[in-house]
Design a protein around this ligand. Structure first.
Ligand SMILES: O=C(O)/C=C/C(=O)CC(=O)CC(=O)O
Ligand code: CA
Ligand code: MG
Length: 412
């Protein structure tokens, strides 16, 4: 990797996974100050507007200066790729410059001293179903007498609209959801979920609004600002009773956790890989035969109470984020700054590459044995799930995505 100039903030503060090639954004509160838009360098957060104020006057556009003088990413998302790139280049310039190293390091705040909030205001939220291994597994478990893959699956990225208002930043504990599910005798009964689960996903943050419709595959880079690890907590018993025929609703709308750090797309330039080979001809708007590679080499580790229980390979996801975005807008629907979509539960070929306990433990019929010898199927009160991932970064660096953690509290 490029060694940062001695004395620069990058040299003083940067660490593997969070060096000058990464620079994820978040919204932090420090004592009575904040929330403010921050950028992460090593185990510190820096106020973006303060860092960019160190650029020589005239080097930053008014649009960029105004957008970062803000509590979160919202104003920056409302700008466009040119401004996004300008801000990142400005941060890299200041943080790599030894002249500013001492001042920036003195103003840096240890992560242990801040509270991270939602990095942006979620506008609309869509959750896709883009991974073929997951879709086949869930099909077999939920609909054992039918073809696992529905007839539409290879023709379009299936998705449903989720609940934007219950997306929370990592570290937010939540009570076990309650709802109507079948009791052991098959009678619909109200009560706490008995099949509380996770879904390991990558979420994509959108910006550069389009008032109405159509973001072609070639424009995806101009609208996908960045990405974040996402856990779409799912109450399988509530979900499996309610979802016919309109899809998931309360079984998934109680809480969705994201990492508070949004990794900019530019930091993942080296992690981009081709998606799995397509075996079904696609409509022109989805046909990515000759498109730039739009998948990512990301291995997502899933930890249950600190124990790694699965490693989910994102690159196995069949539909790409560019295709999902093209699909979301092909009917004329525009996009707003802060729109967010998750790509679907990530699973691979092997059992311990699956991104949900539903799949790993096959609907509860195949418990897994934890390190302490106990058997596990679905989440218990007090369980904590953490997701983390690394990817190859620019110039030989490593990108460590921000962690996505949550804990289940007893039902209220
Ligand atoms: O009913 C089904 O086949 C599956 C439902 C889901 O798993 C929904 C979901 O959240 C999609 C995903 O994350 O892949
Ligand atoms: Ca999901
Ligand atoms: Mg959810």
């Amino acid at each position: 990797m490029n060694t940062p100039a001695p004395g620069s903030a990058a040299a003083r503060l940067g660490s593997t996974g969070n060096d000058i090639e990464h620079l994820p954004y978040g919204s932090y509160t420090h004592g009575d100050n904040g929330p403010r838009l921050g950028v992460r360098l090593g185990d510190h957060v820096l106020e973006v507007s303060a860092v960019l104020a160190l650029l020589p006057s005239g080097e930053l556009s008014d649009a960029a200066r105004t957008a970062v003088d803000a509590p979160s990413l919202d104003a920056l998302l409302a700008q466009n790729r040119t401004v996004w790139d300008e801000v990142r280049a400005g941060l890299q310039k200041v943080l790599g410059d030894p002249t500013h190293g001492e001042a920036v390091a003195a103003a840096a705040i240890p992560l242990a001293d801040v509270t991270m909030g939602m990095p942006f205001t979620v506008a609309d939220y869509v959750d896709f179903y883009g991974n073929e291994f997951h879709a086949r597994n869930v099909g077999r478990i939920f609909r054992p007498t039918q073809e696992p893959l529905t007839p539409n699956w290879k023709h379009l990225p299936i998705g449903y609209h989720g609940r934007a208002g219950t997306i929370v930043p990592s570290g937010t504990d939540f009570p076990r959801p309650q709802g109507i599910r079948l009791d052991p005798d098959g009678v619909p009964t109200f009560g706490p979920s008995r099949r509380l689960d996770i879904e390991a996903e990558v979420g994509f943050v959108l910006g550069s609004p389009v008032p109405s419709g159509r973001v072609p595959l070639t424009e995806a880079d101009n609208h996908i600002f960045g990405l974040t690890l996402t856990n779409d907590w799912s109450a399988r018993d509530i979900q499996s009773f309610e979802y016919v025929p309109l899809g998931p609703n309360l079984g998934k709308s109680f809480c969705t956790t994201i990492s508070p750090w949004i990794t900019p797309l530019a930091a993942l330039s080296e992690a981009r890989v081709a998606p799995p080979e397509r075996d079904t001809p696609l409509s022109d708007y989805l046909d990515d035969t000759n498109a730039a590679p739009w998948s990512f080499d990301l291995q997502i580790e899933i930890l249950l109470n600190g124990e790694v229980v699965s490693v989910a390979p994102f690159a196995e996801t069949y539909w790409t984020a560019a295709q999902m975005l093209a699909h979301m807008t092909i009917n004329g629907a525009g996009l707003r700054a802060g729109d967010f979509f998750a790509g679907g539960t990530i699973s691979g070929r092997e059992r311990f590459q699956r991104g949900s306990f539903l799949e790993i433990c096959w609907g509860g019929s195949e418990p897994m044995t934890l390190k302490d010898g106990s058997e596990f199927t679905f989440l218990r009160d007090g369980d904590e799930v953490c997701m983390r991932a690394t990817a190859p970064g620019p110039n030989g660096s490593t990108i460590a995505l921000g962690e996505c953690t949550g804990r289940v509290l007893p039902a209220v």
